[in-house]
Design a protein around this ligand. Sequence first.
Ligand SMILES: [Zn+2]
Ligand SMILES: [Zn+2]
Length: 275
Amino acid sequence: MPVAGSGKGNPAYSAYRLLWTAIDWVYPPHCAGCGAFGERFCRSCLSQVVEIRPPYCRKCGQPTDDLELCPICRSSSPAFDSLRSWAIFSGPLREAMHRMKYRRDLGLGEVFGGALAGFYRSLNWHVDLVVPVPLSAGRMSARGYNQAALLAWPLALACRTRYNPGVIQRVRETPSQVGLSLEERRKNVSAAFCADPRQVSQQSVLIVDDVATTGSTIEACAQALKEAGAARVYGLTLARALARNRSDYTSADAPDGLMLAAENVKVNKDRPNIF
Ligand SMILES: [Zn+2]
Ligand SMILES: [Zn+2]
């Protein structure tokens, strides 16, 4: 799948993509979204991806009714300068991301890293350094790879931006965020990260993750990076999980602005060809 407009002329990125083309030739893939033979993520599944389009909160990118700050960003100003996500965490994309994270479907990093690079370019952010949200040492040794790095590395290659996964570390194990309220999520990841001031001081840093829900993990990373002297911190995730009902955010002050379903988000009919 060609990634139009991203990484053109970058030999390292071309070599990276060529490697995956060769692997596909030797081991023909099945679609991670529907199982169809021949592509890692087929055209049919791609057509079902729901890209996030305005209106959304201008700070955290959470879909809202307007381009103002969402209730969360109004009540507590985030440490990150901006957070955006490419698409809604649903359908074949959700299935494929699950395979990328838990089933070692590593070739999806090339597919979705390219998509994310195209989206990133449309944002016109100035970034000095790309870093993935780190896993803890325990989770890294159990899984063997970091799914956020599968996305961040090709994005950095495609955009010719410095990549250094070592500048931020997870200094304590954090339980899974699944099923936690906004407040519980924030508490769960609070002070979980530490950044290297020698690497990030006065730098504009892009932190990349696979999926965001409340943005708590990106926020915790941004706090660590800002404490280490980063000038600006941007967050980028492939997907955004939307709360469908109040039970997804059990906090008493969960704002109604978050109670959105995927069907309420505008589907992009003229999606740019970034694959
Ligand atoms: Zn498919
Ligand atoms: Zn917001």
